[in-house]
Design a protein around this ligand. Structure first.
Ligand code: HEM
Length: 433
């Protein structure tokens, strides 16, 4: 893979940046079914009409750039000095209402790994990433097998289930809760809290407060009595952090890993249940599980669009004039489908996980990418979760025609709203959750 050169500086424009009048003529509204029902065709059209950097309009009329070119996305994520993940740079803040629906996702400056930049971000990375690295892969797998069995026990005698709400969503959260150091009963409540948060309804604010309280109690408990868990390893880091920083970092790790890993499980399972080439996975072909998971990272990446990066100064990118403080949304999903890179990566390579496969951008790239040990944790949870499911319910099949499956109505996270399945009822192996 070539390493693209840095973006070239441009004369100050000020045309879009800070414009209170909205995103300007020709900007594409960042909503609507195109983004989630037929994304491939939709992004092909955007690429043809706008090139690799698309002017878009966020809800409320706020302007942003959506980077869909692989080369340009690589350039933006590599050059963390020109394009830091520094939300405080945004030239729209003075126009953004308190109750703007995308506020929680775009974020606001806070002392956590996710909402700091530069040296302050690296300080958090140096504390959080080694703590993630300390999780033993063998133990993660054991936790995952046990929790997956319990979730399946809750539905197995029924013969039907919704794999999204009853399996793919709770499983990563319950495993992460254990790794972080929570007892299982707290894990179940955190799953409920995060569901309220994700639904974004009137309960979201209160859910966020409860989420923080769980973390605050945990930090106090682990300070008093450390264990073999992520929180205790973070607290043992030699450089001091405030309790608020530990709490926000734990919330960031949980929020970053939960629905993304859930979507990796459900998108891969859906692929195996709908595509003939994966039929042998239903009779125990482990190889196919890995292939489906690899294919999903290229074709159906959980994080399709991510907010984002902010320009530290005026620049030119993909033929567009980017003003200082402009928001760049990372089109990780569309960049993976960019014909420039796909000409170099054959379908066989996409599936095998060999060669150029790790060139996909599903986990982003550069200084702020998903940390490598977090990627490994996600991989263990997703693979173990799918393997246990297929072992326990070997004749699993979709309960509705594939054409009736509904995608989340989101341009940002690619997953299913539900995955109704049926199977021959089997006996429970132990305690259901
Ligand atoms: C399929 C599963 C996952 C996907 C697709 C995913 C994807 C991502 C992406 C796209 C980012 C943002 C990178 C950027 O701004 O450039 C990110 C950041 C992050 N992810 Fe993941 N992630 C996954 C699972 C996890 C898990 C399981 C954990 C925790 C155990 C985790 C922890 C984090 C953290 C802490 C960050 C912030 C890193 C930083 O700011 O330096 N992720 N992830």
């Amino acid at each position: 893979m070539t390493n693209p050169s840095s973006a070239t500086p441009a004369p100050p424009t000020g045309t879009r940046g800070g414009c209170p009048m909205g995103a300007g003529a020709g900007a594409v509204p960042l909503s609507g079914p195109g983004f989630h029902s037929e994304p491939r065709a939709f992004y092909r059209t955007l690429r043809r009409e706008h090139g690799p950097v698309v002017p878009v309009e966020l809800p409320g009329g706020f302007p942003a750039w959506l980077v869909i070119g692989y080369r340009e996305l690589h350039q933006v994520t590599t050059d963390a000095e020109l394009f830091p993940r520094d939300v405080s740079l945004w030239n729209q803040w003075e126009h953004i209402p308190e109750d703007w629906p995308l506020r929680p996702m775009v974020g606001s400056p806070a002392p956590s790994i996710y909402f700091t930049a530069g040296a302050e971000h690296r300080r958090h990375v140096d504390m959080v990433v080694p703590a993630l690295e300390g999780a033993d892969p063998f133990e993660i797998r054991q936790h995952c097998e046990q929790l997956a069995d319990r979730l399946i026990d809750a539905v197995c005698s029924r013969g039907t289930a919704d794999l999204v709400s009853e399996y793919a969503e709770p499983l990563p959260l319950l495993v992460l809760a254990r790794l972080i150091g929570f007892p299982d009963h707290d894990g179940a409540d955190i799953a409920r809290v995060l569901k309220d948060l994700a639904d974004g309804g009137p309960g979201a604010q209160e859910a966020n407060l409860r989420f923080g309280e769980h973390m605050r109690r945990l930090v106090a408990a682990k300070r008093a009595e450390p264990g073999d868990d992520l929180t205790s390893r973070m607290l043992a880091h030699p450089e001091p952090f405030t309790d608020e920083e530990y709490v926000l970092d734990l919330m960031a790790v949980t929020a970053a890993g939960h629905l993304t890993t859930a979507a990796w499980i459900s998108n891969s399972t859906q692929l195996m249940l709908t595509e003939d080439q994966f039929a042998d996975s239903l009779s125990g072909g482990r190889h196919s599980v890995a292939e489906a998971m690899n294919e999903v990272l290229w074709e159906d990446a959980p994080t399709q669009i991510l907010a984002g990066r902010w320009a530290a100064r005026d620049a030119r990118l993909g033929g567009q004039d980017i003003a200082r403080g402009d928001l760049l949304l990372l089109g990780l999903g569309p960049a993976n489908a960019d014909p420039h890179i796909r000409q170099q990566v054959s379908p066989a390579v996409v599936r095998s996980g060999q060669g150029g496969n790790n060139a996909h951008l599903a986990f982003s790239h550069g200084e702020y990418r998903c940390p490598f040990p977090a990627q490994e944790i996600a991989e263990i949870i997703a693979r173990t979760g799918i393997e246990v499911l297929l072992d326990r319910l070997p004749d699993l099949e979709l309960a509705v025609p594939a054409a009736e499956l509904v995608r989340r109505p989101s341009a940002f996270l690619r997953g299913m709203t539900a995955l109704p399945v049926r199977f021959t009822p089997v006996r429970s192996t132990g305690d259901a959750l």
